[in-house]
Design a protein. Structure first.
Length: 393
Protein backbone atom coordinates (compact mmCIF):
# COMPACT_ATOMS: atom_id res chain seq x y z
CA UNK A 1 0.00 0.00 0.00
CA UNK A 2 2.86 2.35 0.87
CA UNK A 3 4.55 1.66 -2.48
CA UNK A 4 1.31 2.29 -4.38
CA UNK A 5 0.84 5.63 -2.66
CA UNK A 6 4.45 6.58 -3.36
CA UNK A 7 4.08 5.70 -7.06
CA UNK A 8 0.84 7.68 -7.33
CA UNK A 9 2.47 10.78 -5.83
CA UNK A 10 5.54 10.50 -8.05
CA UNK A 11 3.50 10.20 -11.21
CA UNK A 12 1.70 13.42 -10.30
CA UNK A 13 4.95 15.40 -10.18
CA UNK A 14 5.62 17.59 -13.27
CA UNK A 15 8.82 16.51 -15.04
CA UNK A 16 10.91 19.53 -16.09
CA UNK A 17 13.98 17.23 -16.13
CA UNK A 18 17.10 17.73 -14.05
CA UNK A 19 20.13 19.73 -15.23
CA UNK A 20 22.32 17.69 -17.65
CA UNK A 21 25.22 17.43 -15.20
CA UNK A 22 22.87 16.28 -12.43
CA UNK A 23 21.19 13.78 -14.79
CA UNK A 24 24.58 12.22 -15.57
CA UNK A 25 25.52 11.94 -11.90
CA UNK A 26 22.21 10.39 -10.98
CA UNK A 27 22.41 7.81 -13.75
CA UNK A 28 25.82 6.71 -12.47
CA UNK A 29 24.09 5.49 -9.34
CA UNK A 30 21.66 3.15 -11.10
CA UNK A 31 22.69 -0.48 -10.49
CA UNK A 32 23.46 -2.49 -13.65
CA UNK A 33 20.55 -4.90 -13.12
CA UNK A 34 18.10 -1.99 -13.34
CA UNK A 35 19.43 -1.11 -16.82
CA UNK A 36 18.74 -4.62 -18.17
CA UNK A 37 15.53 -5.66 -20.02
CA UNK A 38 12.77 -6.45 -17.58
CA UNK A 39 12.78 -10.13 -18.54
CA UNK A 40 16.36 -10.46 -17.23
CA UNK A 41 15.75 -8.73 -13.90
CA UNK A 42 14.81 -10.25 -10.60
CA UNK A 43 11.03 -10.72 -10.36
CA UNK A 44 8.50 -9.33 -7.96
CA UNK A 45 9.42 -6.52 -5.61
CA UNK A 46 12.79 -5.85 -7.32
CA UNK A 47 11.02 -5.03 -10.59
CA UNK A 48 8.81 -2.61 -8.70
CA UNK A 49 11.88 -1.12 -7.01
CA UNK A 50 13.53 -0.59 -10.40
CA UNK A 51 10.42 1.16 -11.71
CA UNK A 52 10.39 3.42 -8.68
CA UNK A 53 14.07 4.28 -9.27
CA UNK A 54 13.39 5.19 -12.89
CA UNK A 55 10.48 7.44 -11.96
CA UNK A 56 12.44 9.06 -9.14
CA UNK A 57 15.50 9.80 -11.27
CA UNK A 58 13.56 11.87 -13.78
CA UNK A 59 11.56 13.72 -11.11
CA UNK A 60 12.53 17.02 -9.58
CA UNK A 61 15.81 16.33 -7.72
CA UNK A 62 14.80 17.99 -4.47
CA UNK A 63 11.65 15.86 -4.16
CA UNK A 64 13.10 12.56 -5.29
CA UNK A 65 16.20 12.30 -3.08
CA UNK A 66 14.43 10.25 -0.41
CA UNK A 67 13.34 7.62 -2.94
CA UNK A 68 16.77 7.61 -4.64
CA UNK A 69 18.45 6.86 -1.32
CA UNK A 70 15.86 4.22 -0.50
CA UNK A 71 16.12 2.37 -3.81
CA UNK A 72 19.80 2.77 -4.61
CA UNK A 73 20.88 2.03 -1.06
CA UNK A 74 24.44 2.01 0.31
CA UNK A 75 27.27 3.62 -1.57
CA UNK A 76 25.21 5.70 -4.00
CA UNK A 77 27.81 8.43 -4.50
CA UNK A 78 25.72 10.73 -6.75
CA UNK A 79 22.87 10.67 -4.22
CA UNK A 80 24.74 11.97 -1.20
CA UNK A 81 27.26 14.09 -3.13
CA UNK A 82 24.69 16.15 -5.04
CA UNK A 83 22.58 16.36 -1.90
CA UNK A 84 25.41 17.75 0.25
CA UNK A 85 27.09 20.12 -2.18
CA UNK A 86 24.62 22.99 -1.50
CA UNK A 87 25.03 22.36 2.24
CA UNK A 88 28.82 22.54 1.95
CA UNK A 89 28.65 25.70 -0.14
CA UNK A 90 26.29 27.50 2.24
CA UNK A 91 28.05 26.39 5.42
CA UNK A 92 31.52 27.20 4.07
CA UNK A 93 30.51 30.75 3.18
CA UNK A 94 29.85 31.84 6.75
CA UNK A 95 32.52 34.05 8.29
CA UNK A 96 32.50 32.65 11.82
CA UNK A 97 30.92 30.00 14.00
CA UNK A 98 30.56 29.26 17.72
CA UNK A 99 30.03 25.55 18.42
CA UNK A 100 29.39 23.68 21.67
CA UNK A 101 29.77 19.89 21.61
CA UNK A 102 29.61 17.02 24.06
CA UNK A 103 32.49 14.67 23.29
CA UNK A 104 33.88 11.37 24.55
CA UNK A 105 37.42 12.70 24.97
CA UNK A 106 39.90 12.29 27.81
CA UNK A 107 41.93 14.77 29.81
CA UNK A 108 45.57 14.73 28.80
CA UNK A 109 44.78 13.52 25.28
CA UNK A 110 44.11 15.47 22.11
CA UNK A 111 40.51 16.19 21.09
CA UNK A 112 40.05 13.32 18.55
CA UNK A 113 41.02 10.72 21.19
CA UNK A 114 38.10 8.37 21.97
CA UNK A 115 37.81 7.70 25.70
CA UNK A 116 35.87 4.45 25.81
CA UNK A 117 36.21 4.30 29.61
CA UNK A 118 34.88 7.80 30.20
CA UNK A 119 31.83 10.01 29.88
CA UNK A 120 30.90 12.83 27.54
CA UNK A 121 32.49 16.17 28.36
CA UNK A 122 31.81 19.64 26.98
CA UNK A 123 34.06 21.17 24.33
CA UNK A 124 33.55 24.71 23.02
CA UNK A 125 35.02 26.22 19.86
CA UNK A 126 35.10 29.62 18.19
CA UNK A 127 36.31 29.69 14.58
CA UNK A 128 36.65 32.68 12.27
CA UNK A 129 37.64 32.35 8.62
CA UNK A 130 37.72 35.86 7.09
CA UNK A 131 36.98 36.23 3.40
CA UNK A 132 39.20 39.30 2.88
CA UNK A 133 42.61 38.67 1.24
CA UNK A 134 45.55 38.49 3.63
CA UNK A 135 43.51 37.74 6.74
CA UNK A 136 44.19 34.47 8.54
CA UNK A 137 41.88 32.05 10.28
CA UNK A 138 41.47 32.53 14.01
CA UNK A 139 40.29 29.78 16.31
CA UNK A 140 39.94 28.79 19.93
CA UNK A 141 39.02 25.37 21.35
CA UNK A 142 38.31 24.89 25.06
CA UNK A 143 37.96 21.80 27.19
CA UNK A 144 38.20 21.62 30.98
CA UNK A 145 41.86 20.55 30.92
CA UNK A 146 43.16 22.56 27.93
CA UNK A 147 42.57 25.78 26.03
CA UNK A 148 44.05 26.08 22.57
CA UNK A 149 44.00 29.30 20.56
CA UNK A 150 45.35 30.74 17.32
CA UNK A 151 45.04 34.53 17.27
CA UNK A 152 46.15 35.01 13.67
CA UNK A 153 49.85 35.11 14.60
CA UNK A 154 50.73 32.15 16.81
CA UNK A 155 49.28 29.10 18.51
CA UNK A 156 49.03 29.07 22.31
CA UNK A 157 47.90 26.16 24.47
CA UNK A 158 47.26 26.38 28.20
CA UNK A 159 46.69 23.46 30.61
CA UNK A 160 45.11 24.90 33.80
CA UNK A 161 45.43 21.78 35.99
CA UNK A 162 49.14 21.39 35.15
CA UNK A 163 49.73 25.15 35.08
CA UNK A 164 51.82 24.76 31.95
CA UNK A 165 51.56 26.35 28.53
CA UNK A 166 53.03 25.99 25.06
CA UNK A 167 53.50 28.54 22.31
CA UNK A 168 54.58 28.07 18.74
CA UNK A 169 54.50 29.65 15.34
CA UNK A 170 51.76 28.49 13.02
CA UNK A 171 49.20 29.72 10.55
CA UNK A 172 46.14 27.85 11.82
CA UNK A 173 44.65 25.25 14.14
CA UNK A 174 43.18 21.92 13.11
CA UNK A 175 39.49 22.73 13.45
CA UNK A 176 38.09 19.81 11.44
CA UNK A 177 36.21 18.42 14.47
CA UNK A 178 34.47 21.75 15.08
CA UNK A 179 33.95 23.58 11.76
CA UNK A 180 30.55 22.52 10.32
CA UNK A 181 31.70 22.87 6.71
CA UNK A 182 34.54 20.45 7.48
CA UNK A 183 32.01 17.83 8.64
CA UNK A 184 30.40 17.89 5.20
CA UNK A 185 33.73 18.05 3.39
CA UNK A 186 34.97 14.96 5.22
CA UNK A 187 31.95 13.02 3.94
CA UNK A 188 32.37 14.24 0.37
CA UNK A 189 36.13 13.49 0.36
CA UNK A 190 35.77 9.98 1.78
CA UNK A 191 36.24 7.09 -0.68
CA UNK A 192 32.74 6.24 -1.99
CA UNK A 193 33.38 2.54 -1.36
CA UNK A 194 33.74 3.31 2.33
CA UNK A 195 30.42 5.16 2.64
CA UNK A 196 27.09 3.51 3.36
CA UNK A 197 23.92 5.59 3.51
CA UNK A 198 21.80 4.44 6.44
CA UNK A 199 18.89 6.85 6.04
CA UNK A 200 17.91 10.17 4.49
CA UNK A 201 14.79 12.21 4.95
CA UNK A 202 13.60 15.71 4.17
CA UNK A 203 10.50 17.01 5.90
CA UNK A 204 9.29 20.02 7.82
CA UNK A 205 11.92 22.21 6.19
CA UNK A 206 14.78 20.06 7.56
CA UNK A 207 17.11 17.57 5.91
CA UNK A 208 18.71 14.65 7.73
CA UNK A 209 21.36 12.17 6.58
CA UNK A 210 22.83 9.21 8.47
CA UNK A 211 25.78 7.32 7.02
CA UNK A 212 28.46 4.83 8.00
CA UNK A 213 32.19 5.11 7.28
CA UNK A 214 35.08 2.69 7.58
CA UNK A 215 37.98 3.56 9.88
CA UNK A 216 41.62 3.54 8.79
CA UNK A 217 43.78 0.58 9.72
CA UNK A 218 45.78 0.79 12.96
CA UNK A 219 47.87 -2.32 12.38
CA UNK A 220 49.17 -3.81 15.61
CA UNK A 221 47.42 -1.46 18.03
CA UNK A 222 43.79 -0.90 18.96
CA UNK A 223 41.89 2.10 17.48
CA UNK A 224 42.30 5.18 19.66
CA UNK A 225 41.33 8.23 17.58
CA UNK A 226 38.06 9.02 15.82
CA UNK A 227 39.24 8.38 12.26
CA UNK A 228 40.48 4.91 13.22
CA UNK A 229 37.06 3.57 14.21
CA UNK A 230 34.26 2.38 11.97
CA UNK A 231 31.72 5.09 12.69
CA UNK A 232 28.28 6.48 12.00
CA UNK A 233 27.52 10.15 11.41
CA UNK A 234 24.23 12.02 11.49
CA UNK A 235 23.93 15.56 10.16
CA UNK A 236 20.87 17.79 9.89
CA UNK A 237 20.43 21.00 7.93
CA UNK A 238 17.93 23.76 7.30
CA UNK A 239 16.51 23.33 3.79
CA UNK A 240 15.83 27.07 3.44
CA UNK A 241 19.39 28.20 4.22
CA UNK A 242 21.25 24.91 3.59
CA UNK A 243 23.15 25.55 6.85
CA UNK A 244 24.01 22.63 9.12
CA UNK A 245 22.06 22.64 12.36
CA UNK A 246 23.29 19.54 14.22
CA UNK A 247 25.81 16.71 14.27
CA UNK A 248 26.10 13.37 16.04
CA UNK A 249 28.87 10.79 15.68
CA UNK A 250 29.07 7.24 16.99
CA UNK A 251 32.02 4.84 16.96
CA UNK A 252 31.66 1.09 16.52
CA UNK A 253 33.06 -0.81 19.50
CA UNK A 254 32.79 -4.59 19.29
CA UNK A 255 29.74 -4.30 17.06
CA UNK A 256 27.93 -1.77 19.27
CA UNK A 257 27.52 1.98 18.77
CA UNK A 258 29.06 4.37 21.29
CA UNK A 259 28.25 8.08 21.06
CA UNK A 260 31.48 10.05 20.51
CA UNK A 261 30.15 13.57 19.94
CA UNK A 262 26.95 15.52 19.60
CA UNK A 263 26.34 19.21 19.01
CA UNK A 264 24.70 21.19 21.80
CA UNK A 265 24.53 24.41 19.78
CA UNK A 266 25.81 25.82 16.47
CA UNK A 267 25.78 29.61 16.14
CA UNK A 268 26.75 31.25 12.84
CA UNK A 269 28.25 34.72 13.34
CA UNK A 270 29.45 37.65 11.20
CA UNK A 271 32.65 37.95 13.31
CA UNK A 272 34.15 37.15 16.71
CA UNK A 273 35.61 39.64 19.19
CA UNK A 274 39.42 39.79 19.53
CA UNK A 275 39.28 39.05 23.26
CA UNK A 276 37.97 35.54 22.63
CA UNK A 277 41.29 34.49 21.09
CA UNK A 278 43.47 35.97 23.86
CA UNK A 279 44.09 33.29 26.50
CA UNK A 280 44.47 34.44 30.10
CA UNK A 281 47.81 32.88 31.14
CA UNK A 282 48.84 33.25 34.83
CA UNK A 283 52.29 34.81 35.46
CA UNK A 284 53.60 31.73 37.29
CA UNK A 285 52.85 29.33 34.42
CA UNK A 286 55.57 26.91 33.32
CA UNK A 287 56.31 27.16 29.61
CA UNK A 288 57.00 23.91 27.82
CA UNK A 289 58.13 23.05 24.34
CA UNK A 290 60.87 21.32 22.38
CA UNK A 291 64.25 22.69 23.48
CA UNK A 292 67.40 23.06 21.44
CA UNK A 293 69.58 19.99 21.90
CA UNK A 294 73.11 18.86 21.01
CA UNK A 295 73.72 17.37 17.58
CA UNK A 296 73.69 13.79 18.86
CA UNK A 297 70.00 14.19 19.76
CA UNK A 298 69.18 15.07 16.15
CA UNK A 299 70.69 11.76 15.06
CA UNK A 300 68.59 9.66 17.46
CA UNK A 301 65.84 7.64 15.83
CA UNK A 302 62.55 6.80 17.58
CA UNK A 303 63.87 3.63 19.18
CA UNK A 304 66.96 5.48 20.47
CA UNK A 305 64.79 8.25 21.93
CA UNK A 306 62.54 5.68 23.66
CA UNK A 307 65.59 3.98 25.22
CA UNK A 308 67.10 7.32 26.30
CA UNK A 309 63.79 8.43 27.84
CA UNK A 310 63.36 5.32 29.99
CA UNK A 311 67.02 5.39 31.05
CA UNK A 312 66.84 9.07 32.02
CA UNK A 313 63.68 8.45 34.05
CA UNK A 314 65.31 5.44 35.74
CA UNK A 315 68.36 7.53 36.73
CA UNK A 316 66.32 10.58 37.71
CA UNK A 317 68.09 12.73 35.11
CA UNK A 318 65.85 15.79 34.82
CA UNK A 319 68.03 17.65 32.30
CA UNK A 320 67.96 14.71 29.90
CA UNK A 321 64.20 14.26 30.32
CA UNK A 322 63.60 17.94 29.58
CA UNK A 323 65.37 17.49 26.24
CA UNK A 324 63.29 14.43 25.37
CA UNK A 325 59.91 15.52 26.75
CA UNK A 326 58.32 18.93 25.95
CA UNK A 327 55.90 18.83 28.92
CA UNK A 328 57.24 19.96 32.36
CA UNK A 329 54.35 18.18 34.10
CA UNK A 330 55.20 14.90 32.33
CA UNK A 331 58.84 15.24 33.39
CA UNK A 332 57.64 15.60 36.99
CA UNK A 333 55.46 12.51 36.53
CA UNK A 334 58.34 10.38 35.21
CA UNK A 335 60.60 11.42 38.09
CA UNK A 336 58.17 10.29 40.80
CA UNK A 337 59.43 7.11 42.48
CA UNK A 338 56.25 5.16 41.76
CA UNK A 339 56.49 5.95 38.02
CA UNK A 340 60.22 5.43 37.47
CA UNK A 341 61.20 2.56 35.17
CA UNK A 342 63.23 -0.20 36.79
CA UNK A 343 64.23 -2.35 33.81
CA UNK A 344 63.72 -2.17 30.06
CA UNK A 345 62.71 -5.66 29.02
CA UNK A 346 61.90 -4.98 25.36
CA UNK A 347 61.81 -2.18 22.79
CA UNK A 348 60.26 -3.00 19.43
CA UNK A 349 60.56 -1.48 15.99
CA UNK A 350 58.77 1.84 15.40
CA UNK A 351 55.55 1.67 13.43
CA UNK A 352 52.95 4.08 12.12
CA UNK A 353 49.23 3.62 12.60
CA UNK A 354 46.00 5.43 11.86
CA UNK A 355 46.02 9.22 11.56
CA UNK A 356 48.72 9.81 14.18
CA UNK A 357 51.45 12.08 12.68
CA UNK A 358 54.27 10.36 14.56
CA UNK A 359 55.32 6.78 15.30
CA UNK A 360 54.79 4.22 18.04
CA UNK A 361 57.56 2.22 19.74
CA UNK A 362 56.34 -0.97 21.48
CA UNK A 363 57.85 -1.48 24.91
CA UNK A 364 57.84 -3.85 27.85
CA UNK A 365 59.18 -2.19 30.99
CA UNK A 366 59.20 -3.02 34.70
CA UNK A 367 57.83 -0.29 36.96
CA UNK A 368 57.35 -0.35 40.77
CA UNK A 369 53.76 -1.44 40.20
CA UNK A 370 54.64 -4.28 37.84
CA UNK A 371 55.40 -4.92 34.17
CA UNK A 372 53.77 -2.66 31.61
CA UNK A 373 53.46 -3.41 27.88
CA UNK A 374 52.36 -0.52 25.74
CA UNK A 375 53.41 1.79 22.88
CA UNK A 376 55.42 4.96 23.37
CA UNK A 377 54.18 7.77 21.09
CA UNK A 378 56.89 9.94 19.53
CA UNK A 379 56.72 12.72 16.95
CA UNK A 380 59.18 14.97 15.12
CA UNK A 381 56.93 17.68 13.63
CA UNK A 382 58.68 20.45 15.58
CA UNK A 383 61.15 23.22 14.65
CA UNK A 384 64.05 21.02 15.80
CA UNK A 385 62.82 18.20 13.54
CA UNK A 386 63.82 15.63 16.15
CA UNK A 387 61.91 12.86 17.88
CA UNK A 388 60.38 13.71 21.27
CA UNK A 389 57.97 12.05 23.70
CA UNK A 390 54.24 12.58 23.08
CA UNK A 391 52.53 9.99 25.28
CA UNK A 392 52.21 6.35 26.16
CA UNK A 393 53.20 6.06 29.83
Amino acid sequence: MRHQEMERRLRAIPDPGPRPELQARLEQGIPDFMRQPESRRLPGRWVMAARFATVALVAVAGISWVLVSFVLGPGSTPAYAAMLEPVLQATDQVAAVHVVLRMLTREGEDFPYVNLQGDLTQVEAWIEIPRAPGQLQRARIDRQDRRRSFDGRQVTEYHPARNEAFRGEGDSLDTSLFWPAAWVEQILNAPPAGIEIVSHEESGGMGRLVLREKGVSTGQRQPAFLGEFDRETEIEWDMDTDLLTSLRRWVDVDGRRRLFSESVSIEYLPSIEDEVFALAIPPDVRWGGVKEAPMEFLELGPRGVAHALFQAAKKGDRKMLELLCPSPATVDFLLEERHRPEEILFLGDPFRAGDYPGVYVPYKVTFPGGIKEHNLALRNDNPENRWVFDGGV
